[in-house]
Design a protein around this ligand. Structure first.
Ligand code: CA
Length: 262
């Protein structure tokens, strides 16, 4: 159950700041054994990662190419994959993008070159996080645990359909329908903010807490980003976005979602 406590600040990947650790909660997500897939064409890097992650209690599969990874992924048991961006054949970015379109598994990209970072950040890849080589294993482990915690929270959400003001919000399909049954397009970050608001209707949700729900790191960690996302959401759901009635500002604190959610 997710509470109102502010989620710990995550690192800003662009500045390389290490995030504060909150391992105890993350560790509890390890039951039953979490399945990690390592997609890496360099055998030495791959096997050392396999050994390391197995030593940390994970079940680890490995693939030397995107194509081999897809075979393993199609079996459906993987919780999280680490994908080297530079693979022979189909590259890691494409693998990540294609998987994201069909699954909710955690995806961490491993990039080897500075220019990869531009591509990762610039494209709507759908990866949850990335690390640059050479990376510190403990930092990677921390990112894995952090991501498993977040995806675990999302997966354990029991409900799927929420209704408010004649809108229908489907949290698994990540779809919002307006009163006329038309799909309201939401970006991933907008979805995450709306999901947090809808599931905490009638409560004050702080900017920090909302920021903690936004997994797309291109937004950085500036809590003001939340204001931008809320403004966009208001434009999509409020009868009059200039006079918001559904997502109300709680000055100095955050936001409150006011409709009755059923
Ligand atoms: Ca490679």
């Amino acid at each position: 159950m997710w509470h109102e406590q502010a989620m710990p600040e995550c690192e800003n990947l662009l500045t390389g700041k290490i995030f504060s650790s909150w391992f105890p909660q993350a560790l509890s997500m390890h039951q039953p054994q979490t399945q990690i897939l390592i997609v890496e064409d360099e055998p030495v890097s791959r096997s050392s990662l396999v050994i390391y992650l197995e030593s940390q209690g994970f079940a680890v599969s490995e693939a030397e190419s995107a194509e081999a990874a897809e075979t393993i992924l199609s079996q459906g048991a993987i919780d999280l994959m680490l994908v080297d961006v530079n693979l022979p054949g189909k590259d890691g970015l494409r693998l990540a993008r294609e998987q994201r379109a069909i699954s909710d598994i955690g995806i961490i990209l491993v990039s080897g070159r500075d220019e990869d970072v531009d591509r990762i950040v610039g494209l709507e890849i759908g990866a949850d996080d990335y690390v640059c080589k050479p990376f510190n294993r403990r930092e990677l482990l921390a990112r894995i645990k952090n991501l498993l915690y977040r995806t675990g929270q999302a997966n354990h959400a029991q409900r799927q359909l929420y209704r408010f003001e004649r809108f229908t919000f489907d949290s698994r399909a990540r779809r919002l329908e307006d009163p006329d049954g038309n799909t309201v397009p939401l970006t991933r970050a907008e979805f995450e903010v709306l999901f947090c608001l809808v599931t905490h209707a009638g409560q004050v949700v702080t900017r920090d807490a909302l920021m903690g729900r936004v997994t797309h790191r291109q937004y950085g960690t500036n809590p003001r980003t939340v204001d931008v996302l809320v403004r966009r959401l208001r434009a999509k759901i409020e009868p009059d976005p200039a006079q918001p009635m559904l997502i109300c500002t709680v000055h100095g604190e955050g936001y409150s979602f006011t409709p009755r959610v059923t």
